[in-house]
Design a protein around this ligand. Structure first.
Ligand code: ADP
Length: 202
């Protein structure tokens, strides 16, 4: 079991996945809230069954998978539905996050969650690392990566915590605005070493 849990968060396109992969190269166990959020509604899962019962059979595709885009539309336009869905999924995601961090074998582990602060997961972690980037970099990298429009990315950004509020909660801040991969890798190695020292004294 890991001694300490480092939370990793940042806005869309800030570089969470990129940075988490660099930590993984050091053998750090990564617990990814996005992956868990997909797993809890896997084919045949009780949560998927509940969703179909609540919203209708059309929310399950012919291949048995959740129709994500339909669900996204549904909760985007209806606050009550969003609340219902969050009440169903958040406890399931939370208990998986806890189980996976408890099963982690590296000296410390990383809990990666885009909405770590927004979804009140701060109490699950010992320390928060925030990837901080300018809005311009977020827009540029996300539109390039996903082919989304600037408006779509801006809408997602508007649903996330303000950059300054996120940074205010951080114990460590990694700026990923102009960093080359080499600079980023060095910064991660430095953080990794500092976390290992914390484990030694924990
Ligand atoms: P997140 O997981 O926070 O949404 P990603 O790690 O997927 O962000 O990064 C968003 C995009 O930006 C990806 O295509 C990634 O390859 C790219 N990216 C990340 N960091 C840098 C960087 N320092 N310079 C250039 N591109 C980057």
């Amino acid at each position: 079991m890991s001694n300490i849990i480092i939370g990793l968060t940042g806005g869309i396109g800030s570089g969470k996945t990129t940075v988490a992969n660099l930590f993984a190269e050091h053998g750090v166990t990564i617990v990814d809230a996005d992956i868990i959020a997909r797993e809890v509604v896997n084919i045949g899962s009780p949560a998927l069954h509940d969703i179909a019962e609540h919203f209708g059979a059309s929310f399950i595709q012919a291949d048995g998978q959740l129709n994500r885009s339909l669900l996204r539309q549904q909760i985007f336009s209806n606050e009550q539905d969003k609340l219902w869905l969050n009440n169903l999924l958040h406890p399931l995601i939370r208990s998986q996050l806890i189980a996976q961090t408890q099963a982690a074998t590296s000296p410390y582990c990383l809990l990666v969650a885009p909405l770590l602060i927004e979804n009140d997961l701060m109490h699950l972690i010992d320390r928060l690392l925030v990837i901080d980037v300018s809005e311009a970099a977020q827009l540029k990298r996300t539109t390039k990566r996903d082919g989304n429009t600037i408006k779509q990315v801006k809408d997602i950004m508007a649903s996330q915590i303000e950059r300054s509020d996120r940074v205010a909660q951080a114990d460590d801040i990694l700026n990923n605005d102009g960093s080359s991969m080499i600079t980023l890798k060095k910064a991660v190695t430095k953080l990794h070493q500092s976390y290992l020292l914390m484990v030694d004294t924990a």
